[in-house]
Design a protein around this ligand. Structure first.
Ligand code: NAI
Length: 466
C-alpha cells in the first residue's frame, strides 16, 4: 500500500492508467461535465467539506472532480471492501484528494477508511460539513459515535459489521457530537441507505437533513435498472465465463434492480424465474413474461441464483445444499446478508476454495460444488467494475445537485428526509439527451395549458410513477 500523509491506496503507480480511463469516462458523463461548466463561475460548493463514502471507481472519480470543480473540498472512502478500482483511487490520490480505498479491504480497514474520510485535519471541528453516502455507512458511524458519547455505551456487536464499528468507536478520538452539529446534510445514493434514513427519521434520531437521491427518477429508474442490466452479466461473465444462454436463472426480488437483472439474463437467452413477496411486483414479473414462483420450487433445478432484494436471509445454507452441481450464486443488493454465507461455512465437512479473487467454490461432503461470487457482496462491483459511466452520470448529476441544494439552502431543509425537486430531476435527464441524439418535442403554450403544466416543466405531478 502507498500511504503518504493523507491518503491510502493500493498502488500510486496506477495513477496514469486511472487518469486515462477518467478522461474516457468524462466524455460518457455529459451530465456531470455540463454541471461543471454551468457552475464553474458561481462555485456553489465553496466552503463545503464533503466526506464521501461511495464505491471508489472511475465514475466516482469524475464525480469527485466535479465536486472539486464546484469549489468543494473532498475526502473519500469506498462503501464496500471489494468495489474500489485501484487505478481510479490512485489517480484521485495523485490529484491531491485524500482518498482511503483499495480493493480487498478487511472490515477493520474498511471502517478505518471511513473514519479517515470523516477526519478533517484542518477544520475546527475536525469533521465534514456535508456527507455524500452510498448505503449510509458514514452517516451510521456519525450517529453511532454520537450515541456512544451520549450514553457511554458502545453499540452492540450483533453482526460482523457492527462488531467492527464497535471496535473503531472504542479507539477513535473524534468528537462525534461536534462533528454531527456541523453537518448540513447528507445525500444518499441507494435504496438500502435511504431505508436506514427513513427509519432514523421515524425513530426521531436523525441528526441532520438528508436528500434521498435514490428515489430521483433519473437515479432508481436508470442506475438500479439499466445499470444492473449492464453490470450483472458483466460480473457473471468475468467471474465464471459460463454460457448464460439456455440456462435457468432465478432472480430474487423484482424491484428496480431485479427488473434490470431479469432483462439482462433474458437478453443472454437464459430462462428467467422470479421470486417476490410483493403482489404488485410479482404481477409485473408475470406480465413481463417471467415465471414467478418460490425459491423452494426451483432451488434444485436452476443454474444461476441472484439476490436483488435489499432484504436479509434470502438464500440460506439449506437452500445451497439443494442446488445443482456448479450452480452459481451471487448477490447484487447492497449488503452481504442476502446470502447466508455464515451458515454455509458452518456446514460440517464443507470446503471453500479460491478460484481467483472474489470467486470461490464450496464443495459439499458429497462432492457437489457451488460457485459463490464476491463472498455474497455485490457482485457487479466485486467481480466487474460496476455500472458504466453514462448511467452513473445521471445518478451523480443527481448527487451533485442534491449537494448544492443542501449546502446552499440550509433553511429550506430542516432535519428530515427529502427527495430531489422534480425540476432538478428533469434537468438531469435533459442534460443527457443530446449525447444520445434525442430530439425532444416542445409543448405549445395552449397544449401546456390544456394539461396544466408550464412549457418548461415540471411535466408530471409528484405522485407520477414513470
Ligand atoms: P426495491 O425495493 O425496488 O426492490 C427490492 C424488491 O425485493 C422488492 O420488490 C421487494 O418486494 C422484494 N423482496 C423483498 N424481500 C423479498 C424476499 N424475501 N423474496 C423475494 N423478494 C423480496 O429495491 P431496489 O432499488 O431494486 O434495490 C435492491 C437492492 O439493491 C438494495 O439493497 C439497493 O441498495 C441495491 N442496489 C444495488 C446496486 C448495485 O449496483 N449493485 C444498484 C442499485 C441498488
Amino acid at each position: 500500500h502507498t500511504q503518504s500523509q493523507d491518503f491510502k491506496v493500493a498502488d500510486l503507480s496506477l495513477a496514469e492508467f486511472g487518469r486515462k480511463e477518467i478522461a474516457l469516462a468524462e466524455h460518457e458523463m455529459p451530465g456531470l461535465m455540463a454541471i461543471r461548466k454551468e457552475y464553474a463561475e458561481a462555485q456553489p460548493l465553496k466552503g463545503a467539506r464533503i466526506t464521501g463514502s461511495l464505491h471508489m471507481t472511475v465514475q466516482t472519480a469524475v464525480l469527485i472532480e466535479t465536486l472539486v470543480a464546484l469549489g468543494a473540498q473532498v475526502r473519500w472512502a469506498s462503501c464496500n471492501i471489494y468495489s474500489t478500482q485501484d487505478h481510479a483511487a490512485a489517480a484521485i490520490a495523485a490529484a491531491g484528494v485524500p482518498v482511503f480505498a483499495w480493493k480487498g479491504e478487511t472490515l477493520e480497514e474498511y471502517w478505518w477508511c471511513t473514519e479517515q474520510a470523516l477526519t478533517w485535519p484542518d477544520s475546527p471541528t475536525a469533521g465534514p460539513n456535508m456527507i455524500l453516502d452510498d448505503g449510509g455507512d458514514a452517516t451510521l458511524l456519525v450517529h453511532k459515535g454520537v450515541e456512544y458519547q451520549k450514553t457511554g455505551e458502545l453499540p452492540s456487536a450483533d453482526n460482523e459489521e457492527l462488531a467492527a464499528v464497535r471496535t473503531l468507536l472504542g479507539t477513535s478520538s473524534l468528537d462525534w457530537t461536534g462533528i454531527a452539529a456541523q453537518i448540513r446534510g447528507v445525500t444518499e445514493e441507494t435504496t438500502t441507505g435511504v431505508h436506514r434514513l427513513y427509519e432514523m427519521q421515524r425513530d426521531g434520531v436523525l441528526l441532520f437533513p438528508a436528500i434521498n437521491v435514490n428515489d430521483a427518477v433519473t437515479k432508481s429508474k436508470f442506475d438500479n435498472k439499466y445499470g444492473c442490466r449492464h453490470s450483472l452479466v458483466d460480473g457473471i461473465n468475468r467471474a465464471t465465463d459460463t454460457l448464460i444462454g439456455g440456462k435457468t436463472a432465478v432472480i430474487c426480488g423484482y424491484g428496480d434492480v431485479g427488473k434490470g437483472c431479469a432483462e439482462s439474463l433474458r437478453g443472454q437467452g437464459a430462462r428467467v424465474i422470479v421470486t417476490e413477496i410483493d403482489p404488485i411486483c410479482a404481477l409485473q414479473a408475470a406480465m413481463d413474461g417471467y415465471q414467478v414462483t418460490t425459491l423452494d420450487e426451483v432451488v434444485d433445478k436452476a443454474d444461476i441464483f441472484i439476490t436483488t432484494t435489499g432484504n436479509k436471509d434470502i438464500i440460506m445454507a439449506s437452500d445451497m445444499a439443494k442446488m445443482k452441481h456448479q450452480a452459481i450464486v451471487g448477490n447484487i443488493g447492497h449488503f452481504d446478508n442476502e446470502i447466508d454465507m455464515a451458515g454455509l461455512a458452518k456446514i460440517p465437512g464443507i470446503v471453500k476454495d479460491e478460484i481467483k479473487p472474489q470467486v470461490h467454490t464450496w464443495t459439499f461432503p458429497d462432492g457437489k460444488v457451488i460457485i459463490v461470487l464476491s463472498e455474497g457482496r455485490l457482485l457487479n462491483l466485486g467481480n466487474a467494475t460496476g455500472h458504466p459511466s453514462f448511467v452513473m452520470s445521471n445518478s451523480f448529476a443527481d448527487q451533485t445537485l442534491a449537494q448544492i441544494e443542501l449546502f446552499t439552502k440550509p433553511d429550506a431543509y430542516p432535519t428530515g428526509v427529502y427527495v430531489l425537486p422534480k425540476h432538478l430531476d428533469e434537468k438531469v435527464a435533459r442534460l443527457h439527451l443530446d449525447a444520445l441524439g434525442v430530439k425532444l418535442t416542445t409543448l405549445r403554450p395552449e397544449q401546456a395549458e390544456y394539461i396544466g403544466v408550464q412549457v418548461e416543466g415540471p411535466y408530471k405531478p409528484d405522485h407520477y410513477r414513470y
